[in-house]
Design a protein around this ligand. Structure first.
Ligand code: TYM
Length: 334
């Protein structure tokens, strides 16, 4: 936004405990892309309140998530790591974009349909217009690229549609963002139901590996993963459980599917599940250690929060002012 590098934006909700899916599908890629782009990584706490949250818990989770971004390897000197709620431009742009989004488009969003079914007692307007806030997040920073897991692609599509519609009326105001989906780990499935994605909000704790799980828990969850009775370690449609474990193993070790299938040829599921568990433990251990260290340094984390909110706020304001001018809001008198 300010330099020669292209801009990257992404975010995660500070809801529930982060899963291995969040890490392999998103956070891991964020780290690998962070040198190449000018990056904005937001803790999207405003998105979290579309479902009821305990205030103290929400605050704690938001801080833990921000700390985790750094623990995963994002340098807050080079990447703008901040809370969405600290930059009022997100809400302001979202309102404007709401007026350029059709209800028919929002009605098609599968995440809305899923969440509305899950929270039938609280189908609020925020849940419905959630994708518009997400579009505002991305467009506010003129992002070129948005690394996400596969489940967010529909939201990226509507973001592009809104931006193109707006540009069609007012000229080239917004950069049209491209999604970035990693080759492996873009959709990690539940360990208990491999037809469903691994999710923070799954009621069955054995379905997800949390980034805070200790080694014994990780190994136990992998051992219990639902598989099949085929008895062969192969990457096939008919074996979604084994396929998911292969994906996890590849994403954690950097090996390819072919290498993995070859490595475990003729070996039993028990042995493979143990190897998957160990590979996950090797990925989580350094992350957890660094997280524990960083969490103790309150002053450092506070400094990151303060400095980066200012930087994000400055960049956001530039786009917001441009948009306000384009649509005809009166100029400020100084
Ligand atoms: P959220 O918080 O649900 O998930 C954060 C990121 O993790 C990815 N992810 C997965 N990847 C692979 N396998 C899985 N099982 C899995 N589960 C989650 C998600 O695709 C996502 O990249 N709406 C977004 C947050 C958001 C956002 C944004 C993202 C708000 N504004 C702007 C990008 C740009 C969400 O709820 O992600």
């Amino acid at each position: 936004m300010s330099g020669d590098k292209k801009v990257l934006f992404s975010g995660m909700q500070s809801t529930g405990s982060l899963t291995l899916g969040n890490y392999l599908g998103a956070l891991k890629n964020w780290v690998s892309l962070s040198e190449e782009y000018e990056c904005f990584y937001s803790v999207v706490d405003m998105h979290s309140i579309t479902v009821r949250q305990d205030p103290a818990e929400l605050r704690k989770r938001a801080r833990n998530l921000l700390t985790l971004y750094i623990a995963a390897g994002l340098d807050p000197e080079k990447n703008c790591i901040y809370y969405q709620s600290h930059v009022s431009g997100h809400a302001e742009l979202a309102w404007i974009l709401n007026c350029f989004t059709y209800m028919g488009e929002l009605n098609r969003m599968t995440q809305f349909k899923d969440k509305a079914a899950k929270h039938a007692d609280n189908i609020n307007a925020g849940l419905y217009t959630y994708p518009v806030l997400m579009a505002a997040d991305i467009l506010l920073y003129q992002a070129d690229v948005v690394p996400v897991g596969k489940d967010q692609l529909q939201h990226l599509e509507i973001t592009r549609d809104i931006a193109q519609r707006f540009n069609g009326i007012y000229g080239d105001v917004f950069t049209i963002p491209e999604p970035y989906v990693g080759k492996v780990g873009a959709k990690i499935m539940s360990l208990q139901n491999p037809e469903k994605k691994m999710s923070k909000s799954d009621e069955n704790p054995n379905a997800s590996i949390y980034l805070t799980d200790d080694p014994d828990t990780v190994i136990r969850k992998c051992r219990r993963a639902v598989t099949d009775s085929e008895g062969a370690i192969a990457y096939r449609e008919e074996q979604p459980g084994i396929r998911n474990l292969i994906d996890i193993y590849c994403a954690c070790t950097g090996k390819t599917q072919e290498e993995t299938v070859k490595e475990f040829e003729g070996r039993g599921y028990g042995e493979f599940k143990l190897a998957v568990g160990e590979a996950v433990v090797d990925v989580l251990r350094p992350l957890q250690e660094r997280f524990a260290e960083l969490s103790k340094d309150k002053a450092y984390i506070d400094g990151v929060i303060k400095n980066n909110a200012e930087k994000a706020g400055y960049c956001a304001m530039k786009t917001l002012r441009k948009v306000q001018k384009k649509i005809g809001f009166p100029e400020r008198i100084r």
